[in-house]
Design a protein around this ligand. Sequence first.
Ligand SMILES: Cc1ncc(COP(=O)(O)O)c(C=O)c1O
Length: 319
Amino acid sequence: MPTLSFKDRVVSVALTRAKELGFTTVSCASTGNLANSTAAIAAHAGLDCCVFIPADLEAGKILGSLIYSPTLMAVKGNYDQVNRLCSEVANTHGWGFVNINLRPYYSEGSKTLGFEVAEQLGWELPDHIVAPLASGSLFSKIYKGFNEFVEVGLVEAKNVRFSGAQAEGCSPIAKAFKEGRDFIQPEKPNTIAKSIAIGNPADGIYAVEIANKTNGNIESVTDAEIIEGMKLLAETEGIFTETAGGTTIAVLKKLVEAGKIDPEETTVAYITGNGLKTQEAIQAYVGEPLTIDAKLDSFETALERSRTLERLEWQQVLV
Ligand SMILES: Cc1ncc(COP(=O)(O)O)c(C=O)c1O
């Protein structure tokens, strides 16, 4: 994933089709990762690019687009307002919008996350998957990908349970699931998980349908739990994920603790973006390096101090 999120998959499909259709300018409404991928792949493909993001995104996501020299529009508003503006721009300019007029191709790109898992599990489907939900497209296309592999005979059919993860500060899909609704009530996002902060998700209702028919769940977690999830994955697996991955891990933990995922099941947690992109979210929770002089005694003193600190922290945990 050259731009460090799964969006490289969806954009490579969308922009391949954009070229075939003769578009010379490509665009998207993005929560950050999609803009990074669209700008990068447009640069590689020799297409003009203008991408739209909410103005309050993390520095890594802004830099991660600017480096490819697109026109970057930072809109004063949330993603849903950005998206609305983009629908109007798509109507007035003849541009290919990855997630608007090219959306069918973009969303098919997410099937590769289903294909890849089946292949990596030795041409078998897992028992359960947990994936983050923003618009709900990734979730529903993993489902489609699994079913297509069954249809062509590459894997045996299985009732894979589908569980979705949202941040409490933007959880319209989780709420619809929990309240047994067949419609999404849009909401205004307020969470550190900005990449999945879509208050009016286009494919939200399909995600609810899939979770229901596969006997899965859709859960939400607080920002504090998301940070814990990021740390847990880093400390136990050596994977530094962004806030969307922290959401997935926190929901996975919650579902296991609630007895809704059996630890003996083969469960796949989709970690869809890299932690270097959302440093602001985690900076205050990872401590500081020990700055020392280039002398052995300075090292020994610092080491002793850090061990004492560790012991004290453990004592506090035990109390
Ligand atoms: C890192 C990351 N994971 C997951 C998603 C969810 O994508 P979808 O809109 O397909 O639900 C996004 C969306 O932007 C994302 O950036």
